[in-house]
Design a protein around this ligand. Sequence first.
Ligand SMILES: *Cc1c(COP(=O)(O)O)cnc(C)c1O
Length: 463
Amino acid sequence: MAMQYISTRGAAPVLGFGEAMMTGLARDGGLYVPETVPVLSKAEIAALAGASYEEVAFRVMRPYLGGFFGDDEFRGLIAKAYQGFHHAARAPMVQLGSNHFLLELFHGPTLAFKDFAMQLIGQMMQAALAKTGERITIVGATSGDTGSAAMEAFRGLENVDVFILFPHGRVSEVQRRQMTTPSEANCHALAIDGDFDDAQARVKDMFNDFAFRDGVRLAGVNSINWARVLAQVVYYFYAGTALGAPHREVSFTVPTGNFGDIFAGYIAKRMGLPIDKLVIATNQNDILDRALKSGDYRTNGVRPSISPSMDIQVSSNFERALFDAYGRDGAAVAQLMGEMKSGGFKISQGAIESLRGTFASGRCDEDETLAVIARHWKTTGELLCPHSAVGVKVAEEHVGGAPMVTLATAHPAKFPDAVQRATGIRPGLPPHMADLFDRPERVTRVPNDLVALQAVVRERIAH
Ligand SMILES: *Cc1c(COP(=O)(O)O)cnc(C)c1O
């Protein structure tokens, strides 16, 4: 039977892969997850070692498609998605310490790991729309990197308008310019008066307004979109098999905000990759670390940090982990998410034990982040972006018998101020974006108000 997708809140239509990709958020407010997770055999996993990134991508993702794309077509989409990366290995690994490795996920066109999923989703959505001749409106919220990756992936595509909401004044200048400088008419950068959680909440509101949603054919590319999570599962297998899986266990530490990237690691584990520890690394916005340690998932306000892509309190994808931890009880998850409106909820004893069986966690404050960047520049010559530094610090507290892989989520040049503060070195942009600061910007300032935002979207797509 073809792979089907169900909502974490249990009350939305069951969909195939193509529909789940185009829909984004489920109509009951939940997130789509595969009804069953395919498991790769030990032999299949062993055979991934030494294969190209593209080949690993094909073999890991294919079982999830339910035949939505033919094999040759899917191989072609993968090839196009990763041809714009600036490293032949796509996701090269360097060694930081005796049992500690850094997986560099920042060689894509916008210098953050988001490119891995977004470039592929751009190709897949375009191919899907070409089949039906439909037109869609993509609306996404970003703490910085999702927006730039989405603009880059969708700029100039035929049947798509892309609107990106980012918190005004709270993204780095490189991030902002990556969103505001594409000149294509289908790209719309919106600076919202609010923080990332406000932006994300307004996007969710748009999806929950069904008349608006259907009227503009809304599609989502935030990490609530299953296809994005899926594309990120690939590099866990790629790195894990390079370090000896399935014959030995491997651990991963993931700088975490919206829980999309680390959830992909959880899926890799369920697919059979022998992952020992899966470590959540947070900055001073540490709701996930607190929740795992105390069992209480409670917001306490976002404090802007030098790792802004993780300045998040409401981690959307955590809902997917809760769904499994609550034995896939959609009604229970819906109730918890309802309690979020009053600031948080207590995770049940069974669920917290289940989560602790899979995930560990740690936090890294601002001074520690700078100190880690400085220390690694001196001792390993690796220039870490502040997000990757958060990961490295927490990973160092968790290195054990299995090799530890820390995900380096962005290029240091994307956050030059923090890197310069820590090391005195101002990392330069790679050649393909050397003129970023000379390109004209185009941005619309918008209030934190659903009706006003909807009006902007309607007006822009009418042209
Ligand atoms: C998005 C992002 C993160 C957080 O990833 P999630 O999937 O939201 O947990 C971490 N670092 C960087 C650089 C990012 O862009």
